[in-house]
Design a protein around this ligand. Structure first.
Ligand code: HPA
Length: 235
């Protein structure tokens, strides 16, 4: 029995997970066939349908932040027969080569979240990362689909409005590609439950390329298409 997802919901083995419920709806309506709304508890919309190749796939929102994706990914992995969760989100870029609109495959997630502390096993620090088989397939498929990608570590922050405007310089120096707010929690849940997770991101804003402007709300949808097609190729 699930606390935050409808008990009657049926999910495919692979679930795409944007943060925003409206984006989950847009993905179902734009990319899926024979789709059905399977859950809407607290406005967190989840759909199950088929890709254009006829493969079963689900898309459900995670909400914002590590605690929220922590709850939803845990329930999907433990209460339903979900094996793979692919987060599809946006990020702020820390590196000059990551331009607004570019796609990133996250290898691992640094974080300032305390979520992992709960699961540290006898002093062993966690190394939250994407599943290699999903990451490899995503990289291979990006080449087949002609979608250029950046591959590297990201930062899952608990803070969107940072008090320190210079903070970005530290993750930038560490070679971190960009910042979002969820992957760390998803990767930890997948690791401890021996399931698979991947994170694909589209750069929506940048801390370093001052001449580039943020994606508008309208542009966000169209620029997400490449990333969604890549995620759907993993069904
Ligand atoms: N910070 C945190 N999360 C984000 C950002 C950002 O700048 N852009 C998109 N998601």
């Amino acid at each position: 029995m699930s606390t935050h997802i409808k008990d009657s919901a049926v999910f495919a083995k692979t679930v795409l997970m944007p943060g925003d419920p409206c984006r989950a709806k847009w993905i179902a309506e734009t990319f899926l066939h024979d789709y059905k709304l399977v859950t809407d508890v607290r406005g967190i919309l989840g759909y199950t349908g088929k890709t254009k190749e006829g493969k079963e796939i689900s898309v459900m929102a995670s909400g914002m932040g590590v605690p929220s994706i922590g709850i939803y990914s845990y329930e999907l992995f433990t209460c339903y027969a979900v094996e793979n969760i692919i987060r599809i989100g946006t990020c702020g870029a820390y590196q000059k080569e990551c331009h607004v609109g570019d796609v990133i495959i996250a290898t691992s997630a640094y974080s300032n979240s305390n979520y992992g502390a709960h699961y540290e096993a006898k002093g062993i620090h966690l190394a939250p990362c994407s599943d290699f088989s999903l990451m490899y397939k995503a990289y291979e498929n990006s080449k087949k689909l002609g979608i250029p990608v950046h591959v590297g570590p990201i930062f899952s922050s608990d803070i969107f409005y940072d008090a320190d405007k210079e903070f970005y310089k530290t993750p930038q120096e560490l070679g971190i590609l960009g910042v979002e707010m969820e992957s760390y929690g998803l990767f930890i849940n997948a690791t401890r439950l021996r399931k698979k997770a991947l994170c694909l991101l589209t750069v929506s804003d940048t801390f370093v390329n001052k001449d580039e402007r943020d994606l508008t709300q309208e542009e966000r949808s169209s620029s997400l298409t490449k990333m969604v097609e890549l995620a759907l190729s993993l069904a």
